[in-house]
Design a protein around this ligand. Sequence first.
Ligand SMILES: *Cc1c(COP(=O)(O)O)cnc(C)c1O
Length: 385
Amino acid sequence: MTSASDDRGFETRAIHAGQDPDPFTGAVVPPISISTTFAQQGVGRHHGWEYSRSANPTRAALEMCLASLEGARHGFAFASGLAAEDAVLRQLPAGAGIVLGGDAYGGTFRLIDKVYGASGHPWTAVDLTDAAALDARWPEGTRVVWAETPTNPAMAVVDIAAVAEVAHDHGAWLVVDNTFASPFLQQPLALGADVVVHSATKYLGGHSDVVGGFVAVDDDDVAVRLGFTQNAVGSVPSPIDCYLVQRGLKTLGLRMERHCDNARAVVDLLADHPAVARVLWPGLPDHPGHDIAKRQMRDFGGMVSFVARGGEEAAVAICERTELFTLAESLGAVESLIEHPARMTHASAAGSALAVEPGLVRLSVGIESAADLVADLRQALDAVS
Ligand SMILES: *Cc1c(COP(=O)(O)O)cnc(C)c1O
């Protein structure tokens, strides 16, 4: 779906872009279009809607809104974040190579390694926090650089503008997975990225009740190809799922502000606690990516990782001792979650170049009362120190 240019503020667009009141009933919330098919006035004469895999009004409304929030000309919604990533990777010519950052979402690694790698797309892990090194050691045949920033779970920061320049110099695309930051905190297309992908399951939906994905691009030709793939492959979200993501978007700005504030409170505790060896959060002035994050992000986000001083055993014990922080995979929703990446979300990267430190704990800091979150973590940390 192509979005109209709209220079209103982020929160205004989150609530209104693609969301005009229903012209027939005046309903302030546009109805969920559950119909799979649409009546035609004559053969091939219709209102622009034929069959819901190809296009659906509820999905189109979401695509218009999310494209607007990413500052993109075009947006495409998918059934999951990985389906969105797959639609992007399908655009690669046969044999084209992929560069993946030094750490990445486990499912992205699995898709690139086990699905695309196995079907003839060589991939290389490169530390994307060093754009000059990427330029100097550019793997021959690479057509796409796949970056997350901040990264999952190590919270490294990639300089989007610098990496985009290197990728473009070598005739490749830069794809940015913007799931951790959300478009409220960071808009990669404006910094030079070619494609933005999202797991809408996380901050966009925001309530742990819908799985979804999204792709945003500016280039009109790439948009045509992505639209073709969306229809031809068919991994589209249901209208109800589109509605749930849309509903989440309306509070994205408010939620992100609170996620960031609560993360700050949690980091203050972690930074001074004897059970913690290292805190990984780009808001810390001694974080190696702090200055870049300050430049390319509005705030530092609600994801916080830390390394337990007692190593893997202590990390696992902390994860099992919190009460308010629920031990679970996923992230980005209103409730706080804790997990052990090496054994949970990133188990599929074990033994690879993307394997994660065994003492690492990842927090998705929710929007509960900050004092309660800090108290919960303190009792869990006290118990292992
Ligand atoms: C969850 C996640 C994905 C995959 O999204 P799904 O909706 O689970 O398919 C991709 N990238 C990041 C950074 C994620 O956190």
